[in-house]
Design a protein around this ligand. Structure first.
Ligand code: ADP
Ligand code: MP5
Length: 280
């Protein structure tokens, strides 16, 4: 029996590699979890914005899902961009009786401001997918849409996280604080009647393309390894912190997070490479 853990992402694409499926797979690899993917929508986007979107036919998404699930049982599943009600219904049907840890990043709008989910789907995700989730990881605007609560403070973040669990039926919710202000970022987890805050310094950088994808994929990878929700969130927070600290100046717009940031934590001394070996 293989002891290798695997994780499946069901999401949209980013041909520049910074967000969506491509980002998720890089994170899974970094966390040493075997990454698998089912594409929902193909997105013509880059670090500057979204140019066009093509949704795949739902029966074809189902064929991809069946091809994976009839062969390999993932140890965790993550969904990202699920743009239509029909896609949500399909995924809900497939995951209804599953006990596989399931992370929902309820992707609604790209960093560039382009919409990745239509208005009806923003409401329907509350009834179809959220109740099946082990963890939901909304940013502030997404949490506002899911809960109807305006979020400006830590107390509002808490209310929203609790609402997603107690009213919408997820096992846990993390309302992320990236869109708020302050010297620190605070992400607030609510599960089993308790709140836990996860902090990091706030980096002054515009290179934050794919932060949400990176964070939720790291959490999914850790859940795949059997970590608790709290442990997985803690590792996810460390992972995204370093991925943002060492984010990449690639492209003309908002550059991507760096999935190998964690490996650069101890910056090399001058004249050494990142592994401490002398540069010749
Ligand atoms: N400038 C920043 N410095 C440090 N961490 C950040 C920064 N911006 C976002 N984060 C963190 O990245 C993760 C995703 O952030 P957020 O911007 O809230 O969501 P999204 O990427 O989905 O819009 C969270 O853990 C958040 O706290
Ligand atoms: C296919 C896809 N999924 C998600 C995002 C969100 O990215 P971000 O994490 O920057 O909000 C994106 N731009 N494209």
């Amino acid at each position: 029996m293989s002891t290798v853990k695997s994780a499946l992402t069901i999401a949209g694409t980013d041909p520049t590699g910074g967000a969506g499926i491509q980002a998720d797979l890089k994170v899974f690899q970094e966390r040493e979890v075997f990454g698998m993917s089912v594409v929902t929508s193909v997105v013509a986007q880059n670090t500057e914005g979204v140019r066009a979107v093509q949704h795949l036919d739902v029966p074809f998404i189902e064929q991809q899902l069946d091809a994976v699930l009839e062969d390999i049982t993932p140890d965790a599943i993550k969904t990202g961009m699920i743009a239509t009600v029909e896609m949500m219904e399909l995924i809900a049907r497939k995951l209804k009786n599953s006990s596989i840890p399931y992370v929902i990043d309820p992707v609604m709008v790209a960093k560039s401001g382009d919409s990745l989910m239509d208005d009806t789907s923003r409401q329907v995700i509350r009834e179809t997918l959220i109740p099946l989730a082990t963890v939901v990881t909304p940013n502030v605007p997404e949490a506002e849409i899911l809960t109807g609560i305006e979020i400006a403070t830590q107390a509002d973040q808490k209310l929203a996280a609790k609402y997603i669990v107690e009213e919408l039926g997820a096992k846990a919710a993390i309302v992320k604080g990236g869109h708020l202000t302050g010297e620190e970022t605070e992400d607030i987890l609510y599960t089993d009647g308790h709140y836990t805050s996860y902090y990091s310094e706030r980096f002054q950088t515009k290179h934050t393309h794919g932060t949400g994808c990176t964070f939720s994929a790291a959490i999914a990878a850790e859940l795949a390894k059997g970590k608790s929700i709290e442990e997985a969130t803690s590792i996810g927070k460390e992972f995204i912190r370093d991925a943002i600290q060492f984010s990449l100046e690639i492209g003309k717009g908002n550059g991507p997070t760096n999935a190998w940031g964690l490996r650069l934590q101890g910056l090399p001394n001058e004249g050494e490479n990142v592994h401490g070996a002398p540069i010749r």
